[in-house]
Design a protein around this ligand. Structure first.
Ligand SMILES: Cc1ncc(C[n+]2csc(CCOP(=O)(O)OP(=O)(O)O)c2C)c(N)n1
Ligand SMILES: [Mg+2]
Length: 325
């Protein structure tokens, strides 16, 4: 497969943007500068970036609690993102949502939700509307490996399959759900088999190779857009940090140092940057420069967020009720 240098460079830049943003937030949480609970995306960057590279602005993306990567990969505004993380008025959700409730409708980001499996039903509505009205565009529903343990996952897949809705389900299987590993929650590591039983074409792909992620997503998106109904992809990946915040979950006995190190050796960013340098797409010096450019962007956005005006408590009840005419 041939890719342009610009395309490959853009993938690299997006992954770096997510990594550096997340590492910065980890530090801000440690320093107690951020209060909203942050479920960090470090280690999984290739999934969000590869999938979103296969999408248009009009395609909708729905995310769970671990949504920073999806927001940034789909083109969400970095200043508004940081302002939301600092719970400021200029945040993408007006400073009322925090880390787990991000949205930017102009980029197809209709909302992330802290409720595990919450978007499994919500993501179907726009897909159903588009099917009925004969409009283009699809819904991509990102979810973790714990979501197939919720009833609505089955209802959602079944409903989408029966109605041939333009939906792509993206399961980010990072082997853990909060404090439980997959093998203590399922009889086997068989999520794609269950998706297939609901009638969805499924793919299982290594989630730390951004180009493999992109190719699988491109195929699924095409099929969904061609009217072939919902598609399912499981990306195998790993979160480097704890379930929430900057800890590493070794301290609480959830996983071993060996396992974490094994996955760190499969770092999606290192893997891709090495490949770009080896293939002559960029020199090491160009990569280092890109790293610095991204770093500066992140620092500036952090400053914007930290210095943005706070939400006025007088407005607390605004946006709570909607008048029905
Ligand atoms: C309905 C509901 N039940 C429980 C929780 C608490 N909770 C938050 S995240 C999470 C685990 C999610 O695991 P997974 O889907 O694998 O995503 P990951 O955190 O690994 O990205 C749980 C149980 C919740 N937010 N909502
Ligand atoms: Mg998980």
């Amino acid at each position: 497969m041939e890719y342009s240098k610009e395309f490959l460079r853009a993938l690299m830049e997006k992954m770096l943007l997510i990594r550096q943003t997340e590492m910065r937030i980890a530090q801000l949480v440690t320093d107690k500068k951020i209060a909203t609970p942050c479920h960090l995306y470090v280690g999984q960057e290739a999934v969000a970036v590869g999938v979103c590279a296969a999408l248009e602005d009009e395609d909708y993306v729905f995310s769970p609690h671990r949504s920073h990567g999806h927001f940034l990969a789909k083109g969400g505004n970095l200043n508004k993102f940081f302002a939301e993380i600092f719970c400021r008025k200029e945040g993408c959700s007006g400073g009322r949502g925090g880390s787990m409730h991000l949205c930017e409708p102009s980029k197809g980001l209709l909302g992330s939700s802290s409720i595990v499996a919450g978007v499994l039903g919500i993501g179907l509505g726009p897909a159903m509307k588009r099917k009925i009205m004969g409009e283009g565009g699809i819904s991509v529903i990102f979810h973790g490996d714990c979501v197939p343990e919720e009833g609505i996952w089955h209802e959602s897949l079944n409903f989408a399959a029966v109605n041939k809705l333009p939906v792509v389900y993206v399961c980010e299987n990072n082997l853990y759900a909060a404090s439980l590993p997959l093998n203590e929650r399922r009889v086997s590591d068989n999520i794609p088999e269950v998706a297939a039983a609901h009638g969805l074409p499924t793919q299982v792909v290594f989630g730390n190779d951004v180009l493999a992620v992109y190719e699988a997503a491109k195929e699924a998106v095409k099929r969904a857009k061609d009217g072939e109904g919902p598609q399912f992809i499981e990306y195998r990946t790993y979160r480097w940090l704890g379930h929430v915040g900057p800890r590493d979950d070794i301290d609480v006995g959830l996983r071993s140092r060996e396992e974490l190190d094994e996955w760190k050796a499969k770092c999606p960013i290192k893997y891709f940057s090495n490949k770009l340098v080896e293939d002559g797409v960029m020199t090491q010096a160009e990569y280092d420069e890109l790293f610095e450019v991204v770093n500066t962007r992140v620092s500036e956005a952090e400053k914007f967020g930290a210095n943005a005006p706070k939400v006025d408590p007088e407005t607390l009840l605004e946006h709570v009720y909607s008048e029905v005419e």
